[in-house]
Design a binder for this molecule. Structure first.
Ligand SMILES: NC(=O)c1ccc[n+]([C@@H]2O[C@H](COP(=O)([O-])OP(=O)(O)OC[C@H]3O[C@@H](n4cnc5c(N)ncnc54)[C@H](O)[C@@H]3O)[C@@H](O)[C@H]2O)c1
Length: 256
C-alpha cells in the first residue's frame, strides 16, 4: 500500500507480459489504484483483453503488441506509452518463461539462446528504453521478475531458466546501484510456484505438483495477485530506501 492515498492516480506503469498470469494480475491491481496501465504482450488479444478490464475499472489503458526479444518493438512500446500518457513512472517486466524443460545435457544452443533472449534481453531492452525518460524526470521504479529457480539452479529440468533469472537478479542490482542517487529504484521478485499458465506444464504432471507442494510449508501455490500486490508496494512511496535486492515470495519454501 502507498503511504500517500491516491498515490498511483494518474501515474503510469508499463507492464510486459500483461496478457496473462502475474502481469495481468498486476495490471488489474494498478487499475484499482487509478494508475494508467500500458498492457504490453506478444499476445495481442490477451493484451487488449487486459486493457479492456483496466478500462472497466475506470482507469486508462493502452494495449501494445510487443515481442520483448526485439529491441525495436520495445523502444516503440516505450515511445507509445510516453506519447499516450505524457510520463511513465513505473516499469514491471513480467514477460518471461522457461520455454521448455530439459535436463542439463539436453539443453541445446537454441533453448539457451531463446531463454536468455526472452528473460534477460527482454528485461535489458525494456530498462534501456524507459530509463532515459525516468532519469529526465528524476524518478522511476523498475520491478523485474526473477524466480526462486535462481537459488535452486534448476537441476534436472531448468538450469537454462535458472541461469537466466540469475542474470535478471544481477542486472537489476547493477541498475539499482548505478542510478541510486538519481531517483531510480530497481528491484526483482523471486517467487516460488505461482498458479498461472506458466505452471500448466507442471500441473499436467501430478508428480511434479506434489514435488513442488512438498517443498512449500504453506502447502499451496501462490496466487498471481500475491505477487501483484508486492509490485504495487515496491513502486509506492512506502519503501523509498528499498532497492537493488530480490524479494522471495514462496510460502516459506522452494529452496530445494
Ligand atoms: N508462475 C510461476 O510459478 C513463476 C515462478 C517464478 C517466476 N515466474 C516468472 O513470472 C513471470 C510471469 O510469469 P507468469 O507465471 O505470469 O506466466 P504466464 O505464462 O501466465 O505469463 C507470461 C506472459 O508473457 C508473455 N510473453 C511471452 N513471451 C513474450 C515475448 N517475447 N514478448 C512479450 N511477451 C511475452 C506471454 O504471452 C504471457 O502473457 C515470468 O517472468 C516467469 O518466469 C513465474
Amino acid at each position: 500500500m502507498p503511504r500517500t492515498p491516491d498515490y498511483f492516480a494518474q501515474k503510469t506503469i508499463i507492464i510486459t507480459g500483461a496478457a496473462s498470469g502475474i502481469g495481468r494480475a498486476a495490471a488489474l491491481i494498478f487499475a484499482r489504484e487509478g494508475a494508467n496501465v500500458v498492457c504490453a504482450d506478444i499476445n495481442d488479444k490477451g493484451a487488449r483483453d487486459t486493457a479492456a478490464e483496466v478500462n472497466s475499472k475506470g482507469s486508462q489503458a493502452l494495449a501494445v503488441k510487443v515481442d520483448v526479444t526485439r529491441r525495436g518493438d520495445v523502444d516503440e512500446m516505450a515511445k507509445r506509452a510516453i506519447a499516450a500518457f505524457g510520463s511513465v513512472q513505473f516499469l514491471f517486466n513480467s514477460a518471461g518463461a522457461a520455454i521448455r524443460r530439459a535436463k542439463f545435457l539436453e539443453i541445446d544452443d537454441a533453448l539457451m539462446e531463446k531463454t536468455f533472449a526472452l528473460n534477460v534481453n527482454g528485461t535489458f531492452y525494456a530498462m534501456q528504453a524507459v530509463l532515459p525518460h525516468m532519469l529526465a524526470n528524476k524518478h522511476g521504479v523498475i520491478v523485474n521478475m526473477a524466480s526462486m529457480a535462481h537459488r535452486r539452479g534448476g537441476p534436472g529440468s531448468s538450469i537454462h531458466y535458472a541461469a537466466a533469472k540469475g542474470a535478471v537478479v544481477s542486472m537489476t542490482m547493477g541498475v539499482a546501484r548505478e542510478f541510486a542517487t538519481q531517483g531510480i529504484r530497481a528491484l526483482s521478485i523471486s517467487p516460488g510456484p505461482v498458479k498461472t499458465p506458466f505452471q500448466d506444464a507442471a500441473q499436467s504432471s501430478p508428480e511434479l505438483v506434489q514435488r513442488f507442494l512438498a517443498d512449500v510449508p504453506m502447502g499451496r501455490f501462490g496466487e498471481p495477485q500475491e505477487i501483484g500486490e508486492l509490485v504495487l508496494f515496491m513502486c509506492s512511496d512506502a519503501c523509498p530506501f528499498m532497492t537493488a535486492d530480490t524479494v522471495y515470495v514462496n510460502g516459506g519454501g522452494g529452496w530445494r
